[in-house]
Design a protein around this ligand. Structure first.
Ligand code: ZN
Length: 172
């Protein structure tokens, strides 16, 4: 297994509509293993293939409450009620911002072996399903924020990058 480089905001792959997964072979299972390792190393609760530069409709997740796995060709349905919670993204490192999502969602797709799966999520799990399915469509959570929210996230992102650069530069 390997930790892959996570693509950051501005990388065009994050804005592509990803291709469906058609081949459920050893290459796909290796990608899933590497994506899980990358997600845990980050650390994060979800990671979509476009975030590691692979334009495939695929994501991995682990909500920290026992729900974990890989989903290919995700489709959301039965979205119910709304909840606002702080949301962030490994491709937009640093900021978190209150984001409206459906409280409950059903996710249909396939597992890493190509078997059909259907999952029902609530709260954080439903949010992960929506955030990661968005990634497979080239959509980021900042697209779902009002303009002032997006501006605030961009400001926090710049602050985070400046701070990281300062930490990297040698002190006399
Ligand atoms: Zn994300």
């Amino acid at each position: 297994m390997a930790v892959l480089r996570i693509r950051k905001l501005g990388d065009p792959v994050l804005r592509e509509k990803a291709r469906p997964v058609e081949r459920f072979d050893g290459t796909l299972r290796r990608l899933v293993d590497d994506m899980l390792e990358t997600m845990y190393a980050a650390p994060g609760v979800g990671l979509a293939a476009p975030q590691v530069g692979v334009s495939l409709r695929l994501f991995v997740y682990d909500d920290g409450e026992g729900n974990t796995g890989a989903v290919a060709n995700p489709e959301l349905s039965d979205l119910e009620d709304e909840e606002t919670r702080d949301e962030g993204c490994l491709s937009i490192p640093g900021p978190f911002y209150p984001t409206v999502r459906s409280l409950r969602a059903t996710l249909r797709g396939q597992d890493a072996e190509g078997r059909p799966l259907e999952l029902r999520g609530e709260g954080l799990l439903a949010r992960i399903f929506q955030h990661e399915t968005d990634h497979t469509q080239g959509v980021l959570y900042i697209d779902r924020l009002p303009p002032e929210g997006r501006r605030e996230v961009m400001r926090l992102l710049r602050d985070h990058e400046v701070k990281q650069q300062q930490e990297r530069s040698p002190t006399p």
